[in-house]
Ligand binder design. Structure first.
Ligand code: PEP
Length: 254
């Protein structure tokens, strides 16, 4: 059985005070049998780290540089993130890919740097609406994963988490149906299996895209969906905790 993960991507939101109280509310209700991760902006990491320390809730960053150090203005390295207590880093979120020019090769390099620092990448993949309508979802996701395999090798996802996030479902209120999501999650596990059968069984594949307290159970009930990467609903502790509880419930019955 794979321990489910629910990760909250807080994106560019909050103040030092509001993210600390959001973290306090989340840590106040421990949820067993789920790995819970919160990902504030880099500048808020130390405030949130102080709240989640020794609570079981883990800390993630939203991006990391491919470089370890040097003349890379504005970048933050994985080693620096580790110093602040991060265990996870979101890599290749569709907003990074579409708004900030993170190419497939760049995402693979960031992924490699996170692994080299001993942290766990949450590697995001997903298709646009046009790509889905053209029937190319599996090709697109396969290409995104392949960039990491090409650079890192066949064990690229042995110590990583994958998040399938259809771009058309992110922040739109349009969720993939559990069947649509399961179909792609199964295909992703197959792609990992083609490189490393053992890693494919172990890798947690999260679904992301308008997950909320009302639709989490049916998504997490699918056999290849091992939890969620949550955007909007992660900003309200009650909704986020309800999603964590859905993951715990569905994992037990899997
Ligand atoms: C995300 O940005 O990773 C995400 C899944 O956002 P939302 O839950 O708001 O769709």
């Amino acid at each position: 059985m794979r321990l489910p993960i629910v990760a909250g991507n807080w994106k560019l939101n909050g103040s030092r005070e509001s993210v600390s109280s959001l973290a306090r509310e989340i840590t106040a209700t421990p949820v067993a049998d789920v790995e819970v991760i919160v990902c504030p902006v880099a500048l808020h990491l130390s405030d949130v780290a102080a709240v989640v320390e020794n609570t079981g809730v883990k800390l993630g960053a939203q991006n990391a540089s491919a470089a370890e150090s040097g003349a890379y203005t504005g970048e933050v390295s994985s080693t620096m993130l580790a110093e602040y207590g991060c265990t996870h880093v979101i890599i290749g979120h569709s907003e990074r890919r579409s708004l900030f020019g993170d190419t497939e090769a760049a995402c693979a390099q960031r992924h490699q740097a996170v692994l080299a620092a001993g942290l766990t990448p949450i590697f995001c993949v997903g298709e646009s609406l046009e790509e889905r309508e053209a029937g190319t979802t599996v090709d697109v996701v396969g290409r995104q994963l392949q960039a990491a395999f090409d650079l890192v090798g066949s064990d690229a996802f042995s110590n990583a988490v994958i998040a399938y996030e259809p771009v058309w479902a992110i922040g739109t209120g349009k969720t993939a149906t559990p069947e649509q999501a399961q179909e792609i999650h199964e295909a992703i596990r197959g792609m990992v299996a083609a490189n490393d059968a053992e890693a494919a069984q172990a890798v947690r594949i999260l679904y992301g895209g308008s997950v909320n307290a009302g639709n989490a159970d049916e998504l997490f009930a699918k056999p290849d969906i091992d939890g969620g990467l949550i955007g909007g609903a992660a900003l309200k502790s009650a909704d986020f905790l309800a999603i964590c509880q859905a993951a715990a419930r569905q994992c037990k019955t899997a």
